[in-house]
Design a protein around this ligand. Structure first.
Ligand SMILES: [Zn+2]
Length: 266
């Protein structure tokens, strides 16, 4: 997302003004949300949470349903996390973290695997989660939302993220998730190399997006467990009280916050 996209959204946000929804990231109240996502058949067939075409985005800051869910948790937990790594940062979430009154003692590092032709804010460093340029046990919190479904070498990424996280730290790993089917992985280990040989069309048909290499499923806790992570899904109602507030946030139905910790602690 570009800063200019947010600027233009704000110019037209008056059109959406109302009282049905309220964004917890920017406070904007609207009668309707903006569209997001695509309606590929696999997303419906596999009951995929956090994907598909839907009214999701705040008309003012363009936060998505999952950004608002993550902020529900983060806004009450920022102060305990002094050193944060945010991978492929979502602009509304990153701005909220940077503008938070509790930020003062926080070191906030944003990285993305920079690709030619894409724009990145200057506060985003180039970085690859399968080979991170940070010391061991450096971060209290890692945020990597809708990242792991893009990474061919999941084993290496989860090992590297675990390496840079303090043993007492935790991570937020939101992903598109099938509620009814097991994980479908398009990558294979061949001669010590991870190969993902699918075409864009095959990825759309199997995972619902042309640059995804897997679709996580109802075995996600087992998959993370085999990589040394303990996943603890948090229901939105555990994070906030009041059905009205949850309704006004327009979260994705059934989506939980995926909180992860190094499994050795459990
Ligand atoms: Zn907003």
């Amino acid at each position: 997302m570009l800063a200019s996209e947010v600027f233009f959204a704000r110019c037209f946000s008056w059109f959406y003004k109302g009282s049905r929804y309220q964004c917890n990231l920017c406070g904007f109240k609207s009668r309707e949300l903006r569209w997001r996502g695509h309606s590929f058949p696999i997303l419906k067939e596999k009951n995929v949470i956090s994907a598909g075409k839907r009214r999701s985005d705040c008309p003012h800051c363009l936060s998505s349903d999952r950004d608002r869910l993550v902020w529900l948790y983060l806004k009450n937990n920022l102060a305990q996390n002094k050193n944060i790594l945010h991978v492929a940062p979502e602009l509304p979430l990153a701005n909220a973290i940077k503008n938070s009154s509790t930020l003062e003692p926080i070191e906030y590092t944003c990285i993305d695997k920079k690709t030619k032709g894409y724009y990145y804010p200057r506060w985003v460093q180039d970085g690859d989660i399968t080979s991170l340029n940070f010391p061991d046990a450096h971060f209290d919190l890692i945020i990597a939302n809708h990242v792991l479904e893009h990474i061919p070498n999941l084993t290496k990424a989860l090992a590297e993220l675990k390496r840079v996280l303090k043993p007492t730290g935790h991570a937020i790993f939101m992903v598109p998730l099938s509620g009814s089917h097991p994980t479908d992985d398009g990558c294979q280990l061949l001669n010590d190399k991870i190969i993902c040989a699918l075409s864009e069309n095959e990825k759309i048909n199997r995972f619902g997006q042309k640059d995804h290499v897997r679709l996580f499923g109802n075995d996600i806790e087992t998959i993370f467990d085999t990589h040394g992570w303990f996943i603890s899904p948090k229901n939105p109602s555990d994070l906030v009280s009041g059905d009205n507030l949850l309704e006004s946030l327009a979260l994705f139905p059934g989506e939980c916050l995926l909180l992860a910790q190094p499994a050795s602690l459990n």
